[in-house]
Design a protein around this ligand. Structure first.
Ligand code: DPM
Length: 322
């Protein structure tokens, strides 16, 4: 008589930041994986990152690219967790040795949204009164909005989504700009007053999608992750990320993008702007999805020829000066 020896099935440990949005995203991933692999155990381990702790300094001044990912990456390399769920736009375009972007899941609406104080219910971004105070701490949003609406006043805003909405409702701001995707995932779509069209605001690279990072040599986790891949989102965001990587841009630079997929045809628009919104270069490239990353690189080269390098060098020099 022979006894079947079954190796115990490995529990998969999913790492997450502790913010409400991060947890909603992580639990969604856990649920999807559980659906595909009902016999396995997926555990969530939460941890704080540097970006969660430093709340009083403008993000752009901190300058580090891995602010929201580093602690999770260290835990992965130390075998304490097996994968980490990130908002793709917070995941640097270059990952530490030994880690890879295992999968990209389906994107929500990648656009930026205008959220207003109740007294401005009848206004849109282009009808806010001169001097109206708009809250954002994204250099990308700031640069583009200053360019189009120089009569508005812009003020830094930090904290999680609920904190920001409270500050808006308390009257500290007339309006704030947030990613539509974050509001949608938290069940607060009703707060989206206006979706900003790409002509006004090109979104951040990867905005609205989730990126799941894991160890490069963990074939088992890599194969589990394949079940939740969304190919159209992958193709679009790989082009966007190649564009950003080629420009050597971090998370906090005035670089915006927009992608459009029509069958096999991928169109990528990118923009680089100065923080004051006075200088702006923008271009569009089209190719097939198989060329996604090459398209991103091509667009970066084109914008560099049009002056993007000088714009970015000035910004980096200013950040370093503090
Ligand atoms: C990055 C930026 C912001 C976040 C910069 C940018 C916004 C910072 C701010 C790279 N990460 O977009 O130009 O406004 O202070 C962040 C949000 C989400 C992921 C919130 C938001 C949710 C949307 C998503 C913060 N990271 O952008 O309103 O998952 O794409």
């Amino acid at each position: 008589m022979s006894i079947a020896v079954s190796s115990p099935v490995r529990t998969i440990r999913i790492g997450s930041r502790k913010s409400q949005l991060a947890l909603v995203q992580t639990h969604w991933v856990q649920e999807q994986l559980q659906k595909h692999f009902p016999d396995r155990t997926f555990e969530v381990h939460t941890m704080s990152t540097q970006g969660d702790k430093i709340l009083d300094v403008a993000l752009a001044k901190i300058g580090e690219k891995d602010l929201f990912t580093k602690e999770l990456e260290v835990a992965m390399l130390n075998q304490e967790i097996d994968l980490a769920v990130h908002s793709l736009k917070d995941l640097p375009t270059r990952l530490p040795e030994g880690l890879v972007l295992g999968v990209i899941t389906e994107r929500e609406d990648p656009a930026d949204a205008l959220v207003v104080n109740a007294k401005h219910q009848d206004r849109q971004i282009d009808t806010l009164s001169p001097g109206a105070v708009v809250g954002t701490s994204s250099l990308r949003r700031l640069a583009q909005l200053r360019h189009h609406f120089p009569h508005l006043t812009f003020k830094d805003i930090r904290g999680n989504l609920n904190t920001r909405l409270q500050k808006l409702d308390a009257g500290e701001y007339d309006a704030i700009i947030l990613a539509a995707a974050g509001l949608q995932r938290l069940g607060m779509s009703d707060r989206i007053h206006q979706i900003l069209p790409p002509e006004i605001s090109l979104h951040a690279v990867g905005q609205g999608a989730l990126g799941i990072e894991c160890r490069a040599d963990d074939a088992e986790v890599l194969s589990l992750l394949q079940t939740i891949e969304h190919a159209p989102t992958r193709d679009r965001t790989l082009a966007e990320r190649a564009f950003l990587r080629e420009l050597e841009g971090g998370c906090q630079v005035p670089i915006g993008v927009n992608t459009h997929l029509d069958g096999e045809q991928l169109t990528l628009t990118g923009l680089v702007a100065s923080v004051d919104g006075t200088q702006m270069v923008k271009d569009t490239v089209t190719g097939t999805v198989q060329q996604a990353e090459a398209l991103g690189i091509d667009l970066a080269h084109r914008l560099r020829q049009q002056g993007a390098k000088e714009i970015l060098d000035t910004i980096f020099a200013n950040i370093q000066r503090g």
